[in-house]
Design a protein around this ligand. Structure first.
Ligand SMILES: *Cc1c(COP(=O)(O)O)cnc(C)c1O
Length: 375
């Protein structure tokens, strides 16, 4: 067996080489490197795929989360509710606007924002009266959508703006509703390791609201008005390169097939590992894209043992994420303590992720499972 990759981008390239090479060659010969026609085509196809009305392709997933907060005018004195168990960017964008992230706990089965904890934190902020509750960022961690039916209800009741962090969510669904279609806006990432990734940085924002869409397209290019040299607000340079859009088109066309492959691979892992570890759950009516395949060990010592055994066999494995955001050094001034968000802390101590991608073979899965089942 060859070298086992965590996410085998080489295998994907070999599979799509003809289409990807042709797309790259076309961009090089047309030389329309910024805002070329492939960007608009991608935005159009992403709308069709997700069922959203509007899409704005961006320079990264982080930009795709920052722009909607800027469009909503969120800033100093505002509270934005964010799960503590996620990638740093989910909260970083809140701090970049000047607003304050208020961390919430997660649901153990699907690793995502716990609606009950969200309600508690909203009440607490209201009681304290120091910050204005303004928005919620719910993350589709590892490809499984957050509990949006309940979170949307809480946001409606409290008049809060809801942003879906779908950086890992693309390809997931709740019933017929696809990821990137939940809440007021959604942001996804095309970082190479994501389920739909390009060959550099990239992302996209989605919304159904025309006014928000207009603001997003302005903010993406230095707060432009009628044209680039008419500046009506403070924005930034957050465009997706034409080259990345062109590379994403054939990858998007292959996405459903790869998604099905990942889902079959996850089932195979589950079958073989369910007696030894807590395998990822898929809630009734929810579809996960299994962008990451994440197990839970019973404690950090068992996790270390499992990861050591994998590493000794040359099998890559990762911890997403070892430190919840409320305990990160940069957020020390907010005054959180270990014990404040027990589920997020327990997940950070026990999760680990195995190789997963749209081209992983049964043999590789079987070998990984046999190593894990031997310890
Ligand atoms: C990757 C990721 C981001 C940031 O995306 P970039 O494209 O790397 O800027 C934000 N949130 C989550 C949950 C992510 O996994």
């Amino acid at each position: 067996m060859g070298k086992i990759e965590f996410n085998d981008l080489g295998a994907q390239y070999r599979h799509l080489k003809k289409e990807i090479d042709a797309q790259i060659a076309a961009v090089l010969s047309e030389a329309h490197f910024i805002s070329g026609p492939q960007v608009e085509q991608l935005e159009h196809e992403l709308c069709e795929y997700t069922g959203r009305k509007y899409c704005v392709a961006t320079s990264s997933g982080t930009a795709a989360l920052l722009l909607p907060l800027m469009a909503k005018g969120i800033g100093k004195g505002d509270a934005v509710f964010v799960p503590a168990f996620t990638f740093f960017a989910s909260a970083e964008v809140v701090s970049l606007t000047g607003a304050t992230p208020v961390f919430c706990d997660s649901e153990e089965d699907i690793f995502n924002l716990d609606p009950a904890s969200l309600e508690e934190q909203i009440e607490k902020v209201k009681r304290e009266g120091k910050l204005r509750p303004k928005a919620v960022i719910a993350v589709d961690l590892f490809g499984h959508p957050a509990d949006f039916p309940r979170i949307e209800e809480i946001c409606r009741k409290n008049g809060l703006f809801l942003l879906e962090d779908a950086a890992q969510g693309f390809g997931g669904a709740i019933g017929e509703r696809k990821a990137c279609s939940f809440g007021d806006c959604s942001g996804t990432s095309f970082f190479p390791a994501k389920a739909l990734g390009c060959y550099g940085d990239g992302g996209a924002v989605f919304t159904d609201d025309e006014e928000t869409y207009r603001l997003l397209t302005s903010l993406r290019v230095h707060g432009k008005g009628t044209m680039k040299y008419d500046n009506v607000r403070i924005g930034l340079n957050a465009r997706l390169d034409t080259l990345q859009a062109a590379i994403l088109l054939p990858k998007l066309h292959a996405f459903d097939e790869e998604n099905e492959h990942r889902r079959r691979a996850a089932k195979r892992y589950n079958e073989k590992l369910k007696d030894r570890f807590v395998v990822p759950q898929e809630r009734e009516g929810f579809t996960s894209s299994y962008g990451y395949y994440t197990l839970r060990a019973k404690d950090s010592a068992e996790r270390a043992k499992a990861m050591d055994a994998l590493k000794a066999a040359g099998i890559p494995c990762m911890i997403y994420y070892p430190k919840p955001l409320h305990l990160q050094k940069v957020y020390e001034p907010l005054g959180y303590r270990r014990g404040d968000l027990p589920v997020a802390e327990k997940l950070a101590d026990t999760v680990f992720s195995l190789p997963m991608h749209g081209y992983i073979s049964d043999d590789v899965i079987d070998e990984i499972c046999s190593i894990l089942n031997k310890i």
